[in-house]
Ligand binder design. Structure first.
Ligand code: DGL
Length: 277
């Protein structure tokens, strides 16, 4: 399809990708900003969790996976709603598919540095994200004057999925995962914790309950959706509301090919119909 045709009637979907249900925290903000867009939510559950993967195989998997979905869905934009994936493969994806529009998710270190009063910030993420050169570069570029503590958790993404399936999470287990975020130094305390995994906002209320003191839990989802709206140059408020009715419902596709009933109910609750492809 030519570019001119796209601009006249661009009913192509926006592809949103994560390893699990974490990307839904971004998808719900996208809906507010771009209510008339068609969304295809890809859950790479066959690769979940991404947090402990070796870098090269994960990068290759992401390039192959995104390439296959570009082929099948011809999306107008691709939102990588996963810090672990985008901090690793953002550059590789952009160079593999130079004619495509990508929006990524990266740890919100810059806004945290601008907002902190104590100068003590923690970044709560997967082990992969805390090891990334990308994350270190963000700190060097935007938070030189702050003390940034990187806290990698290899349990929280799975705990989030369990929580959303209805399991009870134990306070002690939660505190073990987030305790490292809380630092007291020279009469100052951590005042911001960056939620640098898209799964974690689902647990923010549980984090508040077990935290040793109140902090600002920074969730970048709204800013990511704003960026997506900017790059797709959509003005949702002036779009024809009937446009949504013409299209198929928003879809969720799982790379494993199977979806537990409890997950399907969750996805349906976010307005997504689970599809094979
Ligand atoms: N939701 C993903 C992120 O933002 C990570 C979950 C996983 O470990 O697969 O980093």
């Amino acid at each position: 399809m030519s570019k001119a045709t796209h601009e006249m009637s661009d009913r192509r979907p926006i592809l949103i990708l994560d390893s699990g249900v974490g990307g839904l925290t971004v998808l719900r903000e996208v809906r507010f900003k771009l209510p008339f867009e068609r969304l295809v939510y890809v859950i790479d559950d066959a690769g979940f969790p991404y947090g402990n993967w070796e870098e090269e195989p994960l990068k290759q998997r992401l390039v192959d996976l995104v390439g296959a979905f570009i082929e099948r869905h011809d999306p107008k934009a691709i939102l990588i709603a996963c810090n672990t994936a985008f901090t690793l493969a953002g550059e590789a994806l952009r160079s593999a598919f130079p004619d495509r529009t990508f929006v990524g998710t990266v740890p919100a270190i810059k806004p945290a540095a601008a907002r902190t009063r104590s100068g003590l910030i923690s970044v709560l993420a997967t082990p992969g994200t805390v090891q990334r050169a990308y994350t270190r570069d963000l700190i060097a570029a935007h938070a030189r004057d702050c003390h940034v503590r990187l806290v990698g958790s290899d349990q929280l993404a799975e705990m989030t999925e369990a929580h959303l399936r209805g399991d009870n999470l134990d306070d002690t287990d939660l505190l073990r995962e987030i305790g490292g975020c809380f630092l007291e130094e020279g009469g100052r305390r951590t005042d911001i914790v960056v939620l640098a995994c898209t799964h974690y906002p689902f647990l923010a209320n549980r984090f508040r309950e077990v935290a040793p003191w109140p902090v600002d839990w920074l969730d970048p989802a709204e800013a990511i959706a704003r960026q997506l709206a900017r790059v797709t140059q959509q003005r949702a408020e002036i779009r024809d509301a009937s446009a949504k009715g013409e299209s198929r419902p928003d879809r969720a596709i799982l790379t494993s090919g199977c979806c537990a009933p409890v997950t399907e109910r969750l996805l349906n609750g976010f307005g997504l119909a689970v599809c094979a492809d």
